[in-house]
Design a protein around this ligand. Structure first.
Ligand SMILES: [Zn+2]
Length: 304
């Protein structure tokens, strides 16, 4: 349980389908950590609609998120908080957000303070000192940077996954459900998004070192224990509980995660090591299309 010291907010950033939900769930099983999913989707739609929380309740009725509301709402305006999110957090608003931060805009400052209060409400409701948010928006990262205070530390964990593996897993999923297969054109579009997101994290957030760490999804799969030990040092929190679960192969509970990968709805997940399958030859055209766009950055991240 939290000792009343400072709260640490960890934003787990990644391009889509990079494994951030599973990493959030693994870290969220530590005694001092709460994983809130993609928290940019709170309040809207999580507090307003019938999305399903991983606890099985509609998110608007989930006991945990209702407790967060009880702590946040008396002193803060939800509509103003949502307006700040719409104004400063979307990718399309990034230029405005950078300018607001540089010029010290009062509205930006106010939104950063509201965001800090929201994070503290999550930490207090969970009784944990570390809050993990897997929002992918770099605008939100800049808001968090401005929300830093003696009572709120901010860390950025940048998770990178080889885009060719993302394409393979999407193709496998589409084959399973009988949906149309992906195409080189889709791969090119996805590669552009992959480059834009990762480049934004690598330029705007990497300058926050030592509060920034880049991690490859493939390294987590290959050496989960070593990776968790590295994260233990980076986050300054004991990860003994998830390390134990990895060693004995037990399941990780998915507790009150309102958004993110749909596997969360099963309520638990088991970490599986990769089986070392060869690249799918049917996927070769998509892989080439991805590499044409994203090759230089992917090589920089150590992919061949
Ligand atoms: Zn819940």
């Amino acid at each position: 349980m939290s000792t009343g010291g400072p709260t640490t907010l960890v934003q787990l950033v990644s391009s889509p389908h990079s494994g951030s939900t599973i990493l959030g769930v693994i870290l969220g099983s530590a005694d001092e950590v709460v994983y809130g999913g993609e928290m940019d989707r709170i309040p809207d739609p999580v507090w307003h609609s019938g999305l399903q929380c991983s606890c099985g309740q509609p998110t608007a009725q989930c006991p945990f998120w209702s407790e967060v509301r009880r702590r946040f709402e008396p002193a803060h305006s939800v509509p103003a908080f949502e307006a700040g999110q719409r104004r400063f957090e979307p990718w399309s608003a990034l230029g405005r957000t950078v300018a607001a931060r540089t010029l010290g805009s009062p509205a930006f400052r106010q939104h950063a303070e509201e965001t800090a209060a929201f994070v503290q409400a999550v930490a207090a409701s969970a009784g944990r000192s570390v809050v993990i948010d897997s929002s992918k928006l770099v605008g939100r990262s800049l808001v968090y940077a401005a929300a830093r205070s003696p009572s709120l530390r901010v860390r950025y964990l940048h998770l990178v996954r080889d885009g060719r593996s993302v394409l393979s897993s999407r193709r496998a999923r589409r084959d399973r459900v009988g949906a149309p297969v992906t195409s080189p054109r889709f791969a090119t579009r996805m590669a552009r998004r992959w480059v834009v997101a990762n480049l934004a994290y690598s330029t705007l957030l990497a300058r926050q070192r030592p509060d920034y760490l880049r991690l490859r999804h493939e390294d987590l799969l290959r050496d989960p224990e070593g990776t968790l030990r590295l994260l233990e040092r980076f986050l300054g929190v004991s990860l003994a509980a998830p390390l134990r679960k990895l060693c004995d192969g037990s399941v990780f509970p998915v507790v009150h995660v309102p958004t993110g990968n749909r596997f969360r709805l099963t309520g638990e997940v088991r970490f599986r090591r990769p089986e070392g399958t060869a690249p799918d030859p049917a996927n070769a055209g998509e892989r080439r299309a991805f590499w044409r766009v994203a090759g230089p950055l992917a090589r920089w991240y150590g992919y061949q």
